[in-house]
Design a binder for this molecule. Structure first.
Ligand code: SAH
Ligand code: SF4
Length: 344
């Protein structure tokens, strides 16, 4: 049966008018029930007559992901493990900011990229998530925040399980659905897609202003990138950076470069100097992330001093570099960690 959360606005309109024989104005009403009023069945849609609600229920469903577990960290970071209709598990994390939450979303079950430091990569690729499964994470988390009278959800990062640009069709659909004023109402400025970097898909995101982007670079040279993220490195680092130099970025906005620091691998002063050179002239900010260690992985976390020394080299050359705090370490909030545990 069709899950209405999988439909774009125009697909919903076609479904309601062509298949259900309804007038066009019904689309707004149903859309609002789905995306603003947390409807999970048709019974609650009281502005539709009862026979119509029954007819809809016979043809369609509204399927949210099931919340398997919720873990709240000491710092407020909240991690959900969601079960999809076919039993697959994915995770999503709410990150508390000053006056709001930001949510980290999964876009695939597993990931085909196999980065050597990543738990999701270790699982391999299972399948893509649909629009309803990606935005269902938002609906469930927003409801959780409302029920617990917590701060509102205001921004999204596509940094959970999976490589968003390898689920591009559904990602674009999601990014087109998000800003709808009668729906989730989240502007492209408040959603950030994180990727190892596929120029063709990035170009579309940039030209159409579908989201902000963050590039998981993690290495300053092609050689080192090949070593730690072999599949991602099929796009040559020089070509990737050259592409980013032409990427359309609005005034006052900047590209985000993510750099994961792995002890003794890519965290030395020499790597920082190489990074400065590689990124020179690129309007970007660099987020330094200390590796969040998990068992069975061949890497260790760098010391705070090493991370700060790395940052200082970037600063001294006039670059903007932040150290991204590792949130929710006590609940294993890094990519893929909770699911890895649940499967043991
Ligand atoms: N596939 C996309 C988005 C999901 S991964 C991407 O790679 O950008 C989101 C981020 O989590 C990436 O920057 C990834 O490198 C990082 N990450 C993966 N495993 C991690 C770990 N153990 N500790 C810290 N960050 C990790
Ligand atoms: Fe996939 Fe991103 Fe993990 Fe690499 S870091 S394996 S691209 S989820």
């Amino acid at each position: 049966m069709i899950n209405l959360l999988d439909l774009s606005y125009s697909e919903l309109e076609a479904f309601l008018t062509e298949r259900m024989g309804l007038p066009r104005f019904r689309t707004d009403q149903v859309w609002q029930w789905l995306w603003q009023k947390d409807a999970r069945d048709f019974e609650v849609m009281t502005n539709l007559a009862k026979p119509l609600r029954e007819k809809l229920a016979a043809e369609a469903a509204i399927v949210w992901p099931e919340t398997e577990t919720v873990q709240v960290s000491r710092d407020g970071t909240t991690k959900f493990l969601f079960r999809m209709a076919d039993g697959k598990l994915i995770e999503s994390v709410l990150i508390p900011m000053q006056d709001r939450y930001s949510q980290c979303l999964s876009t695939q079950v597993g990931c085909a990229m196999g980065c050597t430091f990543c738990n999701t990569g270790l699982m391999g690729f299972e399948r893509n998530l649909t629009q309803g499964e990606i935005l269902g994470q938002v609906l469930a988390a927003r409801k959780y925040l409302e029920d617990n009278e917590l701060m509102p959800l205001k921004s999204l990062v596509f940094m959970g399980m999976g490589e968003p640009l390898l689920n591009f069709k559904n990602l674009v659909k999601v990014l087109e659905t998000l800003p709808s004023a009668k729906g989730l109402n989240i502007s492209w400025r408040r959603s950030m897609v994180s990727t190892v970097g596929f120029p063709e898909q990035l170009a579309e995101i940039g030209e159409r202003e579908l989201a902000q982007i963050a590039i998981s670079l993690h290495a300053p040279t092609q050689e080192l990138r090949e070593q730690i993220m072999p599949k991602a490195a099929r796009t040559d680092i020089k070509d990737l950076i050259a592409f980013l130099r032409d990427y359309p970025v609005r005034n006052r906005l900047r590209l985000t470069i993510e750099y994961l620091l792995l002890k003794g691998v890519n965290d030395q002063p020499e790597h920082a100097r190489q990074l400065v050179k590689l990124l020179s002239g690129l309007r970007c900010k660099v987020n330094l992330i200390a590796y969040n260690p998990t068992e069975d992985m061949p890497y260790d976390a760098p010391s705070t001093e090493t991370v700060e020394a790395f940052q200082k080299i970037l600063w001294d050359k006039g670059m903007t570099a932040f150290i991204r705090r590792s949130m929710g370490a006590d609940i294993k909030a890094a990519c893929g960690q909770l699911k890895a545990d649940a499967q043991k």
